[in-house]
Design a protein around this ligand. Structure first.
Ligand SMILES: Cc1cc2nc3c(=O)[nH]c(=O)nc-3n(C[C@H](O)[C@H](O)[C@H](O)COP(=O)(O)O)c2cc1C
Length: 338
């Protein structure tokens, strides 16, 4: 029997697969099924800064204090009734999920300005959250805002949330930062215990007949895993905080790659929407088979073995990979196909 146990944010996990934030966990029955299928923890869906500010406007004008542009932007966002759960319903669901299962339950907060809404992290903690995942999804559309201002805003927000709670905080990051190793080091300085690589961007599609821009949500494919593996492999051994990977984790091979890159654990959402919650059990069984066949006794013997620090040739992680990949492309092969 392979030992799959691991640690993430100081929490003991019984395996490497965590259910990432998805509406699937909004049903208590699903929460139980996730634990039965072998999920090591569950991150609940997010409470959004915009939603919390809308809710608290009615209760407490002061709470919506973030930035001025933030208050204006609320006018373009969904109405309160469009959000799936009010914060009270959310907290109650968190409490019930905690008592329904033994695995850790993480609350998810989603926003990008350090306003009064961060106090909801404390509410999540009081409702029993074992940790807080802070999703800092941000899009730079303002030409006067520099990249360092965006990073500073993220750091300020993370620091505020870390100060508000005693439970560990992880930060779900977007991929589009110029220096991820530097940002991760700064996140560690302000108190984050982990990073989650990476948010998926949900770009809208263009309807050229109706001349409309429409929101789209496609489930991920395993090819999206590559940038996550790349950055986890670069970070391994260079940060004291945990690295989790989300985005494109569908199979046993994907989970193994994440751990070999140096990840502490992996997260699944799309694969569960496509194949069902019981898919977790099948992936764990496939991993067990793979590891036993190669005489491993624990998954962690493989951890970081393909990280940048461990491989003899680091060029695949650097510019060398880019040059080699482009140079190895043979025009003759392509022409032969025609
Ligand atoms: C239907 C759906 C809803 C999601 N809602 C949230 C959310 O509320 N908060 C969040 O941080 N991520 C949310 N995500 C993103 C997932 O947690 C995950 O990071 C992303 O889908 C990449 O993982 P995957 O390739 O396994 O799907 C959602 C994903 C899906 C498919």
């Amino acid at each position: 029997m392979i030992d799959f146990s691991t640690q993430y944010l100081g929490l003991k996990l019984n395996g490497p697969i965590v259910v990432s934030s998805t509406p699937l966990s909004e049903s208590l029955d699903n929460v139980r099924r996730m634990e039965d299928a072998g999920a090591a923890a569950i991150v609940l869906t997010s409470l959004f800064e915009e939603q919390l500010a809308l809710e608290s406007r009615a209760l407490d004008e002061d709470l919506s204090r973030g930035t001025e542009s933030f208050a204006e932007s609320l006018d373009y966002l969904p109405e309160q009734s469009d959000y799936r759960m009010s914060h009270e319903v959310y907290l109650e669901h968190l409490r019930r999920s905690k008592s329904a299962v033994k695995i850790p339950i993480l609350g998810s907060l989603n926003g990008n300005t350090p306003g009064g809404w961060v106090r909801f992290a404390k509410d999540m903690e009081e409702a029993g959250a074992d940790a807080i995942e802070l999703n800092t999804y941000a899009l730079a559309t303002d030409r006067s805002q520099t990249s360092s201002e965006i990073e500073l805003q993220t750091l300020e927000l993370v620091e505020k949330v870390c100060q508000a709670v005693k439970v560990p905080v992880s930060v779900k990051l977007s991929q589009s930062f110029t220096s991820i190793p530097h940002l991760v080091a700064r996140l560690e300085d302000v108190g984050a215990r982990g990073v989650v690589l990476f948010n998926r961007f949900y770009q809208p599609d263009f309807d050229i007949e109706m001349l409309e821009v429409r929101p789209t949500l496609h489930f991920s494919t395993p090819s999206e895993l590559l940038p996550r593996l790349h950055w986890a492999a670069i970070l391994y051994g260079h940060t004291n905080i945990d690295v989790a990977l989300t985005g494109g984790v569908h199979s046993a091979d994907d989970v193994l790659k994440c751990i070999m890159a140096g990840g502490s654990m992996t997260m699944m959402a799309s694969a569960l929407h496509i194949h069902g919650i019981e898919h977790i059990g099948r992936v764990l069984a496939d991993m067990q088979y793979w590891l036993e066949k190669r005489e491993y006794t624990s998954l962690w013997e493989t951890r970081g073995c393909l990280s940048r620090r461990s491989v003899p040739d680091t060029s695949p992680f650097d510019r060398g990979n880019y040059i080699k990949t482009l140079s190895s492309y043979s025009l003759r092969q392509t022409m032969a196909a025609f």
